[in-house]
Design a protein around this ligand. Structure first.
Ligand code: FEO
Length: 393
């Protein structure tokens, strides 16, 4: 039998664990994921979010172990992306008395996704639904991360249900942060932020301020993916504030690809120059790391040294693809330099510089090119570039 997990009296996790998902619209999920749905029982009952369609039987079994789904009064739709709404058409068949609750944009998105008449009620920031001894309050979070998004707050239990916010793609037997490795949870939370929420970072500090001004105590954060923050809600809130304001560690990422190891040799000597100055740095070969993992690393670095050979009068394709992905995610407060080898043209370096400037990265050096294979003088220049990078921190 699928077991629900109790968060507080009358509040249950009834979601599903996706142990084997390894790809999530272009994002690698090496640790799987979960789709969290929560059942809130007062005199009336609400289900907060559903799950990906294929996991509906798992969610339904958990609900049935608590109550008859036909007696559910409300379905709160915090977000219409299909990993949370996919089960709605099946759910409404099992819960014909449930009224759906969504933002104005949520209602429009549901119409466009499911093309069926659904019993929906619109809510706005501050609206409440009384379930008897429990009260749900809503906060619209436009563009965090879709136009339809909202948070649900369970007042009496001080539980924030922010859907994708504060989530992690992490499948675990455990449900709570004090039962699992905090290092792993934070690692996945950073990857989630770096790949999903980073372009929306400017919206986050005002939202956190708004939540603070609402005077709502938050004892627990129950997101729609991964582990529930029961013991460390302040830690993830602070991390979101830091990530969304560009707070980063004093370290450098050297991100490169290479054709015949000349650019790789440059990368390694630049790394030696940085290390000589006592600054932490990391070498990342673009073809050996998935872009979603690289984004997690970029989130916490202050300087990016981007290396590419010149090919076909431009940037090596894997590096160019990473730069396009990075541009869409709008990195905050980064500095950058370019380097790489070439045969006769050397167009990659100015192209990388232009790409970095175009996404707001401060270019701290015109860049370093080496013709064909680096010699002693070239290697000395690479070492010095490493020292210059370290000094610019
Ligand atoms: Fe987890 Fe935006 O969906």
């Amino acid at each position: 039998m699928e077991k629900p997990v109790q968060l507080k009296d009358g509040v249950y996790w009834v979601g599903a664990i996706d142990w084997n998902v390894r790809e999530f619209h272009g994002y690698t999920t090496s640790r799987g994921s979960t789709y969290n749905a929560y059942l809130v029982k007062g005199e009336k009952t609400a289900l907060v979010d559903t799950v990906k369609a294929e996991f509906f039987p798992e969610m339904l079994a958990r609900i049935k172990s608590i109550m008859d789904p036909a007696e559910i009064d409300y379905l709160i739709v915090n977000h219409v992306e299909m990993d949370h709404s996919g089960a709605i058409p099946m759910f409404v068949e099992q819960a014909p008395n449930a009224q759906l609750i969504a933002t104005d944009n949520g209602i429009k998105a549901l119409e466009r996704h499911y093309r069926q008449e659904l019993p929906i009620r619109k809510v706005r920031t501050g609206d409440e639904i009384a379930l008897g001894a429990k009260t749900l309050q809503f906060l619209e979070t436009y563009m965090l991360h879709w136009p339809d998004s909202m948070f649900t707050y369970l007042k009496e239990d001080c539980i924030l249900m922010p859907n994708d916010g504060f989530g992690q793609h992490y499948a675990s037997y455990h449900r709570f942060d004090d039962e699992d490795s905090l290092e792993t949870i934070m690692d996945e939370a950073a990857k989630y932020f770096g790949n999903i929420l980073m372009p929306l970072a400017p919206l986050i500090p005002p939202l956190l301020k708004k939540v603070k001004n609402m005077g709502i105590p938050i004892e627990m954060i129950a997101p729609s993916h991964g582990i529930i923050w029961r013991s460390h809600p302040d830690k993830i809130i602070q991390a979101y504030f830091d990530w969304s304001t560009g707070v980063a560690e004093e370290h450098v990422l050297i991100i490169y690809d290479t054709m015949w190891q000349s650019t790789e040799t440059m990368a390694k000597v630049i790394s030696q120059g940085i290390s000589q100055a006592g600054v932490e740095n990391k070498l990342i070969h673009v073809r050996k790391n998935h872009r979603s993992d690289i984004m997690k690393e970029i989130l916490s670095a202050k300087i990016l040294a981007i290396g590419s050979p010149t090919i076909n009068e431009g940037i090596f394709p894997t590096v160019a693809e990473l730069l396009i992905y990075l541009k869409g995610l709008r990195p905050l407060k980064k500095k950058g330099v370019a380097f790489g080898s070439y045969g006769w043209g050397g167009e990659a370096i100015p192209a990388i510089n232009d790409a970095m400037k175009g996404m707001g990265i401060e270019v701290i050096d015109p860049g370093l090119s080496v013709m064909y294979v680096p010699g002693d003088e070239d290697l000395q220049n690479c070492f010095q570039m490493g020292e210059k990078i370290a000094a610019s921190l």
